[in-house]
Design a binder for this molecule. Structure first.
Ligand code: SAH
Ligand code: SF4
Ligand code: F3S
Length: 492
């Protein structure tokens, strides 16, 4: 996994967690051709690359970590900010050089940038052979075959049904312990700054039984944590009628109940008490108490909620079309604290310098941060995206230096708050799941606690995938340090 912080408009206080892009690993199952995929953007995009790898595997491709030896290179792209698209353009120049040496190479642009730019990408980037949007990955083998015959191809059809529910993802960059499961696609919100509804299409929920099956399969293979992914998981909704499917329960009775997010969480939590369940992203307007009570009820549902606020000022939130205001957000946080207590991790996304944001309104974001005390945040300055509501309706009128100065202020604030929150953990006993080696030292391992914080512990005889009970002894703003009290503690 590449942990490179290249995107200067994306700065996280949790620096160790920033993953700029992921590539495929070497896999040799004797297939005749090699596929290299580089993925940018959010977890949903990384998860899509695993579906793409699965589709291509069925069609004669092994993955490689070396793009120089690939027959096909896919760039799975992100459009969320201008910088994300610039990075991809630069990368296409690198791959163009390889293609000049090897004209048989097929280059494909997938994902959100493909969807946003469509034919324009083929016109502007002469060395690109195929352009495929997020709902058209089943068409990739055909398009690649045509490209091998010199025919360029594009499919950016956005579907109302596609969820790839039947495709078993090929796990890429896997630690063998934690995995993503996409539970829905698209987004029906219209946040005025956001390009996602245009690149990912209408919201649709995946069959819950296929989600549970995927979680069961992962558990059987030794995975110990799944993260349920969606742009707005709280609006997950699935019913057999809507999906024209007949479902029978174990007793053979027809199931007609609507599965909402709280019920889905419960279904996945019941797979096994040793399988941790996380989810992302929650929307402040949609997170209901039933979800909070379900989190409370199951020890294996992690006590952590990513609840992006975007701004602490109600006028700005209205311009952003977030459909909640400052008071609503603070009420939801109080409810989280009331039901799940102080130890529940809460993180956020924030944007500085949105259209017409005043200095006083920026101060409201800082004051909201002080009230909520986020454990960490992903922080950005506003980047206007063509075609969005904000681009059409409002002037992008905050000078870049002001956007960046405000961003620096919220980053400083978040770093102080992360340290303050982490200090509260010192002395506590926590059950953590070991995910890998520590980047800094071979003598240490890296784990996560329920609140999604990284915990470093001595290597001992512990293995990746083990649960360990530790006492937290020290911290930085980004990391906790623990001493082991018990190996494989009882998980209720
Ligand atoms: N569905 C999630 C967000 C997905 S995009 C939600 O509603 O919270 C991830 C984050 O990127 C957003 O939360 C927002 O903070 C940021 N972002 C989106 N569009 C942006 C833009 N035009 N400029 C800067 N940041 C943006
Ligand atoms: Fe974008 Fe808003 Fe949808 Fe999140 S909820 S993906 S920010 S439109
Ligand atoms: Fe980027 Fe698309 Fe995700 S725009 S953040 S890759 S949904």
């Amino acid at each position: 996994m590449n942990n490179l912080i290249k995107d200067i408009d994306f700065i996280s206080a949790e620096e160790a967690q920033v993953c700029d892009f992921k590539t495929t690993e070497d896999e040799n199952t004797g297939k005749s051709k090699k596929l290299y995929i580089e993925s940018y953007g959010c977890a949903m995009n990384f998860s899509d690359s695993e579906i793409v790898a699965s589709i291509m595997k069925e069609n004669g491709f092994d993955t490689t970590s070396n793009f120089e030896e690939a027959d096909v290179i896919f760039l799975n792209t992100c459009s969320i900010r201008e910088k994300a698209e610039q990075t991809v353009r630069k990368r296409l120049t690198d791959f163009g050089r390889v293609k000049r040496r090897n004209p048989d190479l097929t280059i494909g642009v997938l994902g959100c940038m493909a969807e946003r730019l469509k034919e324009k990408l083929l016109e502007e980037e002469k060395l690109v052979d195929v352009v495929v949007g997020p709902d058209a990955y089943r068409d990739l083998p055909n398009l690649v075959l045509a490209a091998e015959d010199g025919i360029k191809g594009i499919n950016t059809f956005l579907s109302r049904e596609e969820t790839y529910a039947d495709i078993a993802p090929v796990r890429l960059n896997s630690n063998g312990v934690t995995a993503f499961i996409s539970i829905m696609r698209g987004c029906d919100n219209m946040c005025s700054f956001c390009v996602v509804p245009f690149t990912r299409g209408r919201e649709r929920s995946r069959d819950p039984f296929s989600i549970v099956k995927e979680a069961e399969d992962l558990f059987a293979k030794g995975y110990r944590e799944v993260t349920l992914l969606g742009q707005n998981v709280d609006s997950y909704k699935w019913s057999p009628e809507e999906n024209n499917k007949q479902r029978l329960n174990k007793k053979g009775e027809e199931v007609s109940e609507i599965v909402t997010f709280d019920l889905l969480l419960e279904m996945v939590a019941l797979v096994d008490p040793k399988l941790r369940v996380r989810f992302s992203t929650s929307h402040p307007k949609d997170i209901i108490d039933a979800v909070l009570y379900t989190i409370k009820k199951y020890d294996n549902i992690c006590k952590y909620i990513h609840l992006p606020v975007q701004s602490g000022n109600s006028r700005v939130l209205e311009l952003m079309n977030r459909t909640y205001d400052r008071d609503w957000y603070l009420e939801r946080v109080s409810k989280i604290r009331e039901i799940l207590g102080e130890e529940c991790g809460i993180s956020s996304d924030m944007i500085t310098g949105f259209c017409s944001e005043t200095e006083a309104e920026h101060q409201d974001t800082l004051s909201l941060m002080d009230i909520v005390k986020f454990d960490f945040s992903y922080m950005f300055f506003y980047s206007e995206r063509p075609g969005t509501l904000a681009a059409k309706k409002y002037a992008d009128d905050i000078p870049l230096e002001v956007k960046k100065r405000r961003l620096a202020e919220i980053i400083t604030k978040q770093s102080q708050l992360s340290l303050e929150r982490n200090k509260l953990d010192i002395g506590q006993e926590q059950i953590i799941l070991i995910e890998g080696s520590s980047k800094k030292s071979d003598a240490e391992l890296k784990a996560k606690n329920s609140a999604n914080k990284v915990v470093i512990l001595p290597k001992g005889n512990y293995k990746i995938g083990d649960y360990v009970k530790v006492r937290i002894t020290d911290c930085t703003p980004a990391t906790l340090f623990g001493e082991v009290i018990e190996h494989n503690p009882t998980l209720s």
